[in-house]
Design a protein around this ligand. Structure first.
Ligand code: GMT
Length: 374
């Protein structure tokens, strides 16, 4: 198949999933065309089946905001037409699904029928999409996609609750490439960070309010009163500065390191003992899956689709959003010498169920069904 993939080219989960999916499809012999405004973060190598088309957003003094959606729709029209694509797969509804609808209508006038699959990732539904300023367009573009997928049962449920959807939504969970995300031998890192054999906790996110990074720091602050530990914070975003301030107030700066955005996050995960994901909302929790693939158990909140991934009492623990006390208690259970090896083993076993080789064929099958239905 010749597939066009539209996504955000950033470190965010939806962009990562879209890019890894495209890479996997190309590896399996499909021709994949990425259409976005910047080279996706993980697409920094050459492959004969991978193409990248940059959306050129022209500016004009009249525009306070450059019309990305129009430039994207125009680029989709030309790529579909000249590269003879079989299907467009857009990740994250806003504004990709509506731009795809526009492109589809334009192509129709030229006698070209292009099936569109929209994948809902989370905040496009739970935070941004249901705001009245976007809701009518999101509802319309979901209902007018030829196929719709969501990354968890919970996200499907939320979508059906908050929007008037007349389309079947297929759940295809996120996935992981276990060839890349696996425990690596990086003991020298561990010794450098934890010279006295401390336990290593880790959190990775885009440091937005919804991630509740404050809870990560509070859990760590309480836990290290009884267990010698260090904390690594990977990623960057609006909450980083307030969190640095909080660390200073708590006097924990020597034990917490802010690493910023990291491409090789698997190297940090490889030496970690516990991953913290206390999010307020989380449709799936890809960052937790990446940790589990590197044999790191997870303390998470019960938000959204996380409990579909993190199995309470097995791969880690699922606590109520904001229940720092419970998270501290459960972290200590995981980190005890007799429990840690079992939790690590369970985390890896669970991650294997989401291996790309199990999930990718479900997308291919869905593409075929969608193409046949148009
Ligand atoms: O978590 C974010 O803020 C980024 C966001 C995105 O769209 O990139 O992540 C969402 O999509 C990921 C991939 O499907 C999911 O793993 C995340 O759980 C989801 N985030 C939220 O629902 C908050």
């Amino acid at each position: 198949m010749k597939i066009g993939i539209v996504c955000y080219p950033t470190f965010g989960g939806s962009g990562v999933v879209a890019t890894e999916l495209g890479i996997g499809l190309a590896r399996n012999g499909h021709e994949v065309h990425f259409i976005t405004y910047r080279q996706p973060t993980r697409l920094d190598f050459f492959s004969e089946n991978l193409y990248y088309h940059e959306v050129d957003i022209k500016s004009y003094p009249l525009f306070e905001h450059r019309p990305y959606e129009l430039a994207l729709a125009s680029k989709m029209v030309s790529v579909v037409k000249y590269e003879k694509l079989d299907l467009l797969h857009v990740h994250y509804a806003i504004p990709h699904a509506s731009a795809a609808y526009m492109a589809k209508q334009i192509l129709k006038t030229q006698g070209i029928e292009i099936p569109v699959v929209t994948t809902l990732h989370g905040t496009d539904i739970t935070l941004v999409g249901k705001d009245p300023s976007y809701e009518p367009v999101v509802t319309f573009s979901i209902n007018n996609s030829d196929g719709v997928t969501a990354v968890s049962e919970d996200l499907k449920k939320e979508t059906l609750e908050h929007f008037e959807i007349n389309k079947e939504i297929k759940v295809i969970p996120n996935f992981i490439d276990l060839n890349r995300f696996k425990k690596q031998r990086k003991e020298h890192f561990k010794t450098a960070i934890c010279p006295n054999g401390e336990k290593l906790l880790v959190h990775t996110s885009n440091f937005r309010k919804v991630k509740r990074v404050e809870d990560v720091i509070k859990v760590f602050f309480e836990l290290r009163k009884t267990i010698p530990a260090k904390l690594l914070l990977v990623g960057d975003g609006p909450e980083r500065e307030p969190m640095e301030r909080l660390c200073r107030q708590l006097g924990t700066c020597d034990d917490i390191r802010f690493l910023g955005k990291l491409e090789a996050v698997e190297e940090v995960l490889s030496v970690s003992d516990l991953f913290l994901m206390p999010s307020e909302k989380e449709s799936f929790g890809l960052a937790a899956l990446e940790a589990m693939a590197c044999e790191v158990p997870v303390i998470s909140s019960d938000a959204g689709g996380i409990p579909e991934l993190n199995i309470n009492g097995k791969t880690g623990f699922v606590c109520k959003v904001g229940d720092v006390e419970d998270m501290v208690k459960k972290s200590a259970v995981i980190l005890s010498e007799e429990n840690l090896p079992t939790f690590k083993m369970n985390a890896l076993a669970r991650a294997k169920e989401f291996d790309i080789t199990n999930i990718l064929p479900r997308y291919v099958e869905f593409y075929q069904e969608t193409i046949e239905s148009v």
